[in-house]
Structures are given as C-alpha cells and as structure tokens.
Design a protein. Structure first.
Length: 123
C-alpha cells in the first residue's frame, strides 16, 4: 500500500508522464490482433517457403471472433469487461494445432469468462 502511494507521488513529480487508455473496440487495439497474426503468418510462410490458404482463413477468422465476443460482452454486460487481444496471440500457425488450441481456449477460458461477465451484468 505504501509503495503505491510512493509511486503515485513519483509520477506527480514527472509532469511529462501521461496515461494513454486504449479501448478494445477502437484503434490501435481493434486492429492489433489481425496485424499481429498476419505478420506472424507471413514470417512463417517465408521460413517454410510455402503458402497455406487454410491457415490464412483461420488468421482472418480469429480477429472476427474476438470482435464478436467483445460485441456480445458490450451488449450483455459492459465495455469494461471486454477481452483484450492477448488471449489470441498464442495461436499456433498450423491448421490442426490451431483447432485444438481454439477449442481449449473456447472451453476453458472464453466460455467461463463470458458466463461470469453476463451473470454480473444481469445483477
């Protein structure tokens, strides 16, 4: 507790310090996931010297799912409980691996979070 007060006081001494808040539904955060995954895909394609159209479809689909989930949360709860892109950054760049990864992410992280957020939004 004392350390937090001390940190606040230190920030007040530096007048050039500013917080920059970025919401998940506005740029630069909104497009970050798509840009990150496309760049990761391009690097992988260059390393492997081959293109995979199925993987491209997955990389295009994941940011859309993320936006739909956040739209659902904003509608049924609050924009304060939206999901950041961090959960989706670890998507493996192979078709079978990405299916297993997304199924686990959906069942063990996303669904429990969505249910809890909607329950709290209804109260």
């Amino acid at each position: 507790m004392n350390q937090a007060v001390s940190s606040s006081a230190n920030l007040e001494l530096h007048h050039n310090f500013r917080w920059v808040l970025c919401a998940n539904h506005t740029e630069p955060v909104k497009g970050f996931l798509g840009r990150y995954l496309r760049r990761k895909l391009i690097e992988t394609e260059i390393d492997r010297n081959m293109r995979n159209s199925d993987l491209l479809k997955i990389i295009d689909w994941i940011p859309k799912v993320w936006q739909h989930l956040n739209g659902f949360l904003e509608t049924h709860s609050s924009s304060d409980v939206t999901i950041g892109p961090r959960l989706f950054l670890s998507c493996p760049l192979d078709v079978d691996g990405s299916r297993v990864w997304f199924t686990d992410l959906w069942n063990y992280s996303l669904i429990p979070y969505l249910l809890e957020a909607v329950r709290e939004g209804l109260q």
